[in-house]
Structures are given as structure tokens and as C-alpha cells.
Design a protein around this ligand. Sequence first.
Ligand SMILES: [Zn+2]
Length: 446
Amino acid sequence: MNKSKRFLAEAACFLLAAVSLAAAISGEQGASLRANPPQERRDAREASVYFLPTLILEHANVVNPLSEQPMLDRTIVLSDGKIQSISSGLASVPGERIDLKGAWVLPGLIDAHIHPLGIAGARSMLSYGVTTGRSMFALNYADAGLRALHNRGDADIPTILASGYAVLAYPVRFKPDITALFLDHPALADLRNDDRIGPEGARRIVRANAGRQVDWIKVFANERAGVLETDPSTRNLNDEELAAAVEEATRLGLPAAAHAYSDEGVSAAVKAGVRSIEHGSLITEPTLKLMRDRGVYFVPTLSSFSLELAPNAPPEVQPLRPRIEKMLAAGIAATAMARRLGIRIVAGADTSYVEGESTAIEEVIQLASAGLSNLEALCSATTVAAECLKLSAAKGAVKPGLDADLVAYADNPVKNLAALRTPILIINGGKIFLNKLPEKDTEKKQ
Ligand SMILES: [Zn+2]
């Protein structure tokens, strides 16, 4: 470089620095001087992925619930929100190193039956190490809203699959009040009466949900168990409405899940073509065999019942105790029978993750007490749940290429499921949500 060119280059550098400094002082973006144009920098999704630091988890014991043997003392490299590699020995890539000192790493837990209410509940869910949830009904598309926050890169919001409004025979009679359906969809207001929605009404509600880009359709084959006014053995949607709803969902490429208790309700939902049965407490062996033959998943939601029987349950559920006791005992028997028949069982806590409610952790523990092995119970909230939710390519295991959703525990949850109650590290899409490792174990090295 000759003298005059060097001078020009230095002058340009000085000029750039001066303008940058002026911009910094005035609080402006210095847009023309940045590598990225301001509109891109303002795009949160791009920013969060682009600037995500590489995380290197050292001395991790990796548990993939599908395999009996854990992988001991591994190094896991996470970048761009994905698991890049798992290896023995140390990785030489630059990034933030976290020494796990032999903590046990599981894939982030999946709860296949949640009722999202808002941001506080979503954060609470993540604080239990539950990094993915399938909404099985949410008012005002709170589930789709949370999904949007996660997708833009918000580290405190787990992955959410939305289902919006459930398809019900009588929307105006349902408890709790779900008439927000007619505020979100005034075009459906002619269904705001005392008549059944009928097959065409069922199709219209499915299409309204699909218009809001839901991931699943929830249908009610039976009435609710959790309120005194309704009998869970009574049908909600009839055969024609169920068939119409599931057919419309299938036509739109959406899987359906059925809330069902009675054997008749489960059987009708399975014949209509649903992918999963929620609750299913009163199911009999022939219907379970039908489920097995059609590859339908079973989400028994046991922990939501046992929680309602807890001594500190709210007083309004006391009159429901005899019913809940019956449902829980039947649900445990149904779960044991389903396991024996080889039906895939999925953890769903039927919860909003507000204080005092059940969690996927309690569901896993309850499934184990219903007869699943610890590994099988862990699969129900990881591998098998991911399969049910059609997310196996991204979730449910610790392997390269999958999403960097990880939870670490001081003790091995395979030996003791209660270890799930105290996560010490939670990583959501490659971002640290919780780190309770001692401070000195986390150091930044470049
Ligand atoms: Zn539910």
C-alpha cells in the first residue's frame, strides 16, 4: 500500500470511527455504517439466531430414553439452536463452555396436553424443563400467540403446538365459558344458540381454527369430568359430527385429538380417525386393541386427577371427589392394560402450569406408578411424545441435528424419576433459560 492510499484508508477509518462515535453518543443506530441494515437488525428472529453464541456442554452424561445405556462424559456442542455434535473428549470450537461435572442431560420434556393461558404459564412450564407443549384448547388463540413469540426467538417461551378452539356439540353450554369463539369468529355467530352444531357446524369450526394456522384439532367425544353439571360418560359430539370434524381436519392436513372418557366415546373417536385419545379412563380392552391396530396414541392424563384428590385441592372440587377417585383408578387400570397391549402412551398433564396444577414431571411419575418402567415413562414425555406430535425430526432425543432443547439434572432420572423435579440447567432452542450450576463452573472462553 503506497503512502497516499494508506492515508486515505486511515482517514476513512477515522471518519467511520468518528461517525460511529457521534451516532453512539446521539443514541442513533448509525445505520449506514453497520454490516447489517437496520431493518434486519430489528428482525428479532434473525437477530436471535444470528447472534446466538455457541454453547459447549462438557462432562455431560447423556440419557436418550429409548436406549438402556447412557452416554457417559460427553461434550455436546450447540449452535444455531441445534445440537451440532456429541463426542467423547473436548471440542476445540470457540464458544461458552459449561462444565456439567457429570450432570445427567435429557431431551427437553414434552407435555402433550396443556391449556396455555399466557406468558406467565409458558415461563412456568419451561421452568419445569418442559420445552414443548401441545395445546389442547386455548381461548383467544393464546396458544398460537405463544407459538409466535417462541418462533421469533423469545428464550423464555417453549415450543407450542396450537389447537385454538375445541369442536363441541353445544359451544354456548360449555363450562368454562368458551363463547370467545364467537368474538374471534363472528362469522360463526349463527352457532350461538341451543342447537347442536351438526356436521356442517363442526366443519366450519375446524376451518375457522385452520384459518388461524393451528397445528391440531381438538374434538370432544364425551362431556367433561371436571365439572359437576356434566357426566363424562355422556357423548358430546355424535358420530356424524366427530366424523365430519376429523374428515375436515384431515383434508386440511391437521391431526385430531379427542377428549373421551367412555368406551363408546373413545371407540367413536378412533373410528372417526383421531391420532390421540385424551383421558380415556373408561376404555375397555377391545377398544384399546382397536387403538393399537390403528396406531392411535393414548394420553391418560392421570396426574390431573390425582392432583384434584390432594388434601390441599380447592374446596369447589370436593363434591367431585368420588367421581375423580373412580376416574383415576380406572385410568391407572387402562394405562396398565394399554402398556400390556403395546399401545404408545404419551405424557399429558392437562394443565395450564399455573401454581398448584399438575406438570409433565408429575405425569411421568404417575405413569411409572401405573406400571411403566422408568425408561418407558421418560419416553412418554420425550421420544414417544415427539412421535405422537409428529416432531421426531426436531424433538424428543439428544442427537445431532435436533433442536437444542435440553435439561440437566444432578441425579440420574432413570434411576430416580423424582430427580426430574429439580432441573439444574434448562436450554430452550439453544438459549439458556435456567442455570443453577455453581457460578465458577460457567466461564466464557473464546
Ligand atoms: Zn384438557
